[in-house]
Write a protein that binds this ligand. Structure first.
Ligand SMILES: Cc1cc2nc3c(=O)[nH]c(=O)nc-3n(C[C@H](O)[C@H](O)[C@H](O)COP(=O)(O)OP(=O)(O)OC[C@H]3O[C@@H](n4cnc5c(N)ncnc54)[C@H](O)[C@@H]3O)c2cc1C
Length: 408
C-alpha cells in the first residue's frame, strides 16, 4: 500500500503515526512545505516573546521521519492532484503515486488587502519562520501595530509588549474576539487589554502602509497616520485549496469530508484546518481551526486510510485563554449572528469581575461564554457535545454557584 500525506503539520503527523501503528510495512510519504521537524504552531508566539531562546518548538524527535520509516519530501509544495492517475504533482514535474491520500495542508493567513504590504517589517504569523523573522526585526523597533483582534492578534500583541514595544492593536470589528464572544464579553476584554498597556482602536482598518523600503507608518481607512516600525497581521486564515482539483474533489470553504474524513473521492481524505467536517453545535459542516481538532482528525483519517473504519463525532469550537487578569472560556455558538430560534441568558459583565452567557437552541445548550469563573467549562462542554436536553427552568442555571454537573 502507498499512503501519501500532503502537509507536515499536526494533522499530517498524527495521520502518519496512526497509519504506522496499523501497518508496519506500508510505503508512507509526507510532502511538506516546511522544513522544520514537527513543531507546535500555537506556541510560535513564545519565540516572539523570547521565552524560547533557541526559536524551536519541537513536538516530535528530530528523527521522527526516520523512526517511522517515512519518506519525507520536505521544502516542497504539492501543486496538484491527478485523481484518475492517483498521483500528487510536484513543482519540478515529478509525481508521487498513491493508493490513499490525505490532504492535511492546513491554512494560510488571510491576505491583507492594502497598499505597501511588500515593505520590510510587515509580517503574517503562521509559521516558526515568521516568528523568527519577527524576532530579527525587533532590533531598533519601538512602535508596533497588530492588525486583528483574534487569538493570533492577542498572542502577537502580548509577545511584543513583553519585548518592551509600544503596541497598538487595530480591530476592524467593534470589539476584540468578535468571532468567539458577544459584545458584553468583548467590552470586558477590551477594557483588560487597555488596562494592561495596549492601545486598542476598534472599527478601524488599514488601507496603506508607508515607508522607504521598511515600514514607517500605516494609514487607516479614517485617514489617520499611525507611525510604526513593525506590523503583525492576524486577520484570520483560509484553508489552502490552490492545488485541489475542484471539479473532482468537493470544496466549500474547506475540503468537504464525511464522518470518516473521506472527501467526495474514495481513498482521498482531508483533515485539520483544511477540512470542513460537521460541527456538533451547529449540526452542519464547519471549520473549527483548532490544534486538538486537527490532531484527532488526522489520527482518525490515518486509521481509516490504513483500513480500520472509525467515525468522527464532529468538532466543537472551544477556546480557553488568559487575557491578562481575565480567564476567558468560549464554547460552541457563543454569538449567533441571527438570534432567531436561540434563547440567551446572561449574568454579570459590564463593571463586574465575572460574566456567564449561555446560548440554547430549543432546550439544548449550544454555546457559552464564561469570564473569570470558568471551572465548570468542562461540564458545559459535555452538555453541548452530548446534546443533553435541559430538564430544569433555564433561569435556575444563572443562580450563583449553580452546579451544572447535575444536568448531565
Ligand atoms: C499564532 C497561532 C496561534 C494559535 N493558537 C492556537 C491555540 O491556542 N489553540 C488552538 O487550538 N489552535 C491554535 N492555533 C491553530 C492551530 O495551530 C491550527 O489549528 C493547527 O496548526 C492546524 O493543523 P494542520 O495540521 O491542519 O495545519 P497546519 O498546522 O497549517 O499544517 C499544514 C502544513 O502543510 C503545509 N502545506 C500547505 N500547503 C502545502 C502543499 N501544497 N504541499 C505541501 N505542504 C503544504 C504547510 O506549510 C504546513 O506546514 C494557532 C495558530 C497560530 C498560527
Amino acid at each position: 500500500m502507498k499512503h501519501v500525506i500532503i502537509g507536515n503539520g499536526i494533522a499530517g503527523v498524527c495521520a502518519a503515526e496512526a497509519i504506522r501503528v496499523l501497518d508496519e510495512s506500508a510505503e508512507l510519504t509526507i510532502i511538506g512545505d516546511e522544513t522544520f521537524p514537527p513543531y507546535s504552531r500555537p506556541m510560535i508566539s513564545h519565540v516572539l516573546e523570547g521565552s524560547q531562546p533557541h526559536g524551536k518548538l519541537p513536538i516530535r524527535s528530530e528523527r521522527f521521519y526516520d523512526e517511522l520509516k517515512i519518506k519525507a519530501l520536505l521544502g516542497r509544495r504539492a501543486t496538484g492532484i491527478d485523481v484518475d492517475r492517483r498521483q500528487v504533482l510536484l513543482p519540478d514535474g515529478a509525481a508521487v503515486d498513491f493508493d490513499t491520500l490525505l490532504i492535511a495542508a492546513g491554512a494560510d493567513p488571510r491576505p491583507l488587502v492594502a497598499a505597501g504590504t511588500d515593505l520590510k517589517n510587515i509580517f503574517y504569523m503562521r509559521t516558526q519562520a515568521h516568528a523568527q523573522q519577527q524576532v530579527a526585526a525587533l532590533d531598533g523597533a519601538r512602535r508596533a501595530l497588530v492588525l486583528g483582534g483574534g487569538l493570533v492578534g492577542f498572542k502577537a500583541a502580548y509577545g511584543l509588549l513583553k519585548r518592551g514595544l509600544s503596541v497598538t492593536m487595530l480591530i476592524s470589528s467593534g470589539y476584540p474576539l468578535s468571532m468567539q464572544v458577544d459584545p458584553v464579553a468583548g467590552r470586558m476584554i477590551l477594557d483588560a487589554l487597555m488596562r494592561h498597556g495596549l492601545t486598542v482602536e476598534v472599527g478601524v482598518s488599514v488601507r496603506a502602509f508607508e515607508g522607504n523600503g521598511r515600514v514607517r507608518a500605516a494609514v487607516t481607512d479614517a485617514g489617520t497616520r499611525l507611525p510604526c516600525d513593525l506590523v503583525i497581521i492576524g486577520k484570520g486564515v483560509l484553508p489552502v485549496r490552490d492545488f485541489i482539483p475542484r471539479d473532482r474533489i468537493k470544496v466549500d470553504l474547506g475540503v468537504v469530508v464525511d464522518e470518516f474524513m473521506q472527501t467526495s473521492v474514495p481513498d482521498i481524505y482531508a483533515a485539520g484546518d483544511v477540512a470542513e467536517s460537521v460541527d456538533i453545535a451547529r449540526g452542519r459542516p464547519w471549520i473549527n481551526a483548532l490544534w486538538p481538532e486537527a490532531a484527532s482528525q488526522g489520527r482518525l483519517a490515518g486509521l481509516n486510510m490504513a483500513g480500520r473504519t472509525v467515525a468522527y463525532p464532529g468538532s466543537l469550537s472551544r477556546n480557553v485563554m488568559r487575557v491578562f487578569d481575565l480567564d476567558v472560556l468560549t464554547l460552541g455558538i457563543a454569538n449567533p449572528l441571527d438570534e432567531t430560534g436561540y434563547r440567551i441568558l446572561q449574568t454579570g459583565g459590564d463593571g463586574q469581575r465575572t460574566y456567564r452567557r449561555l446560548v440554547f437552541r430549543e432546550n439544548v445548550l449550544v454555546g457559552a461564554v464564561l469570564i473569570n469563573a470558568i471551572e465548570q467549562g468542562g461540564v458545559l462542554r459535555a452538555l453541548i457535545e452530548n446534546q443533553v436536553p435541559l430538564r430544569l427552568p433555564a433561569e435556575m442555571l444563572m443562580r450563583p454557584g449553580f452546579n451544572f454537573g447535575q444536568l448531565l
